[in-house]
Design a protein around this ligand. Sequence first.
Ligand code: ADQ
Length: 462
Amino acid sequence: MSRLVVVSNRVADPRKTAAGGLAVALGQALERSGGLWFGWSGHITEGGTPGEGELHLQQAGAVQLATVDLSREDHDSYYLNYSNGVLWPVLHNRLDLADFDAGGFAGYQRVNRLFAQRLKALLRPDDIVWVHDYHLMPLAAELRAMGCEQRMGFFLHVPLPPPQLLAALPESDRLMRSLFAYDLVGFQSRNDVAHFSRYVGVEVGADVLGEHEFRAHGKTLRAQAFPIGIDVEEFQALTEGKEAREMHEQLKREYARRRLLVGVERLDYSKGLPQRLKAFRTLLQNYPENKGSATLIQIASPSRESVDAYAALRSELESLSGAINGEHGELDWMPVRYIHRNVARKRLPGLYRAAAVALVTPLRDGMNLVAKEYVAAQDPADPGVLVLSRFAGAAEQLHEALLVNPHDTGRTAETIQRALQMPLAERQQRHAALLDRIRTQDVHWWREAFLAALRETRKESA
Ligand code: ADQ
């Protein structure tokens, strides 16, 4: 069996359970093949030379972890300015938030070249290389330019926007062209594949050979949807664990006379948090029977705090939740509990299970694993209802959720009301179908489907 090499911006020690589903799932595949996980060490060298960085090797069980330090200049241009400041907003349809003038692209390329140089020295001829996410799109092109001929695949965890929007990114042609250095490119949804197909057909002049096959500059590429899943069994075991049960019991006790709604995410403008709070406010206005009862626990963990757009979002959320509590709250009931913090992974399923409704309403999301975790944590005999944005990749799979357009405040409020009122039989029916789907297409299925497709590809020319 070929050795698996995983490359991602950050590397996790798969033996640490806190690492969560994805790291564990990739770790299992790496362990089986005695694999290598390569990425940034998380260390920034102040005053270091751009394009250079020390390599660290560490053994984690059967898996080798290889990480590279970045100079301050490389980190800021590659990670802050270009990956987070340009690619993240553009890929989530937010051209208005992209700082095209920050000049990060040169650093982005430089770090991809640095990674390629360091990785090349560690590669064996029959390795299979799996690169993750938007930070590293040009990595295979750099490796190929250095003569590497291994089979290489890329998976984009975030969405790909429609061609016209993507074309606004000054480097979009170069980036999409560079993807042809991979043998396989995986997306979260069929919608993303359709956007890719239209973009490369029109802008790159690629020949569309079939639904999944594209040819440009003498290179053939396969592009396909592989919707990422969660480790359902692991999550259900967590749900039965001591911490989750304690959390569940505590919330049930505390909110015995109320209906709980929950939202959990990183604080990010793609997640539609202000729109969600406004929909919840409309629910209280339009359906006053929820007053004194419906309580939204909104967890938004700190994320990218040095970026202006995130700081502005944080204060918007604080003032919105304050306004809703001021307007509707009573001495013994606060409608919104907004918490700007992480919840320990072991307690999270208890929170999900205590909630009658989950609000997963991003404006745009590659997949959204919270939606799947919520389903996995429910009691099948008395399950809660998932309200899901139609703009999350997960909406392509989770048809039995109540789908909403998060920009439509009135209808979203109406749908939340429907979720709160849904009869038990319908809740059970919808939940059973959702659980079945997330079980069939779990994270192990995702990993194996991607790797099997990658093994089937044949590189024609480098
Ligand atoms: P994210 O944007 O981070 O991931 P998501 O898919 O929801 O979004 O995954 C978040 C994970 O972090 C979940 O496991 C969740 O439980 C956990 N989490 C989030 N907020 C938390 C909090 N406050 N406390 C504790 N845990 C929290 C990116 C893409 C997604 C894609 C994933 C995987 O943006 O679209 O689904 O990668 O490919």
